[in-house]
Design a protein around this ligand. Sequence first.
Ligand code: AMP
Length: 281
Amino acid sequence: MQVVETVAQVVAACREARRPLGLVPTMGALHEGHLSLVRRARLENATVAASVFVNPAQFGPREDLAAYPRDLQRDLDLLRAEGTDLVFAPPLEEVYPPGFDTYVEPGEVAINLEGAHRPGHFRGVATVVTKLFAILRPDRAYFGQKDGQQVAVVRRLNADLDLGVEVVVCPTVRESDGLAMSSRNVYLNPEERRAATVLYRALCRARDLYQQGERDAARLRRAMEEVLRQEPLARTDYVSIADPDTIQELERVEGPAMASLAVRIGRTRLIDNFLLGRDLS
Ligand code: AMP
């Protein structure tokens, strides 16, 4: 496994690499969710590249950038064990050198949900993803459904800017009690960790009602809120039943929908979602 820190090195490595090349962008602190993306990429590509970069542009001023867990040595061991060929782990100045002054601004798809609660977040995501696509020129890039609105933003920007990458979306990997794996789960104390299952329970409630035939989006949202209200440690940022491609709220669920929510448990903000009426493929 080759580990490189500079843009020049990774460009050179990708020019030489056997194709197709699959890219797994990450912020490190890797867990089984990330590794499921690497495994899928390994199955489908001659070369597997991963990036490990905690992107300051996608953190708000009051967010957890400084505290975000970092352990590059452990990440590299995990990536090596999955058969990764190339890791791009750049320092900050390599991605945002002095004088950097161009950002990618997503449109309507980035306005609601995470976009509303984390101003500038998707501008940071879109900018770094565009840069990674330009630097590595991957044939495929792998993202987790866990970050459902991010999937919509990346698909939109890949199409709108004609980046020509095949965007592959992988299912959310969960703990045995349903909690979606996240690098931020390490912030939870034992009591909060127990409370955090409320996100999964709320989504299950919405899915159950949907499967019983409920198509009124407001009723599905209310059902999720009801479950969340029963958990005293939970503070809800939003619950949503939206179109999974446009991220616009629905009145009725006639086609595919994404049930999603963001909940603060103590000082930790968690997000999760289920797709209704659509399978990942
Ligand atoms: P992050 O390091 O949080 O930026 O995540 C890197 C990639 O891993 C993103 O595409 C995430 O959606 C994906 N990911 C994070 N957690 C999970 C999970 N529990 N299951 C599947 N994919 C995940």
